[in-house]
Write a protein that binds this ligand. Sequence first.
Ligand code: ZN
Length: 57
Amino acid sequence: MTESCSRCGTTADAPEGGSPEGWSFAVEEGRVHWLCPECARRNIRAIEGKLPEEWWE
Ligand SMILES: [Zn+2]
């Protein structure tokens, strides 16, 4: 299946039941938000701090 980055919209193929290589994800309000490696690096502090997505902007 194909996942798309919730930040920049780039897409990557993901193995069944897995995540695209190098990608990260966060679960917020029951939804999975995928992050490509570049966006994950930019937002790593927000992810680790579990801050709301609004903070990222
Ligand atoms: Zn991205």
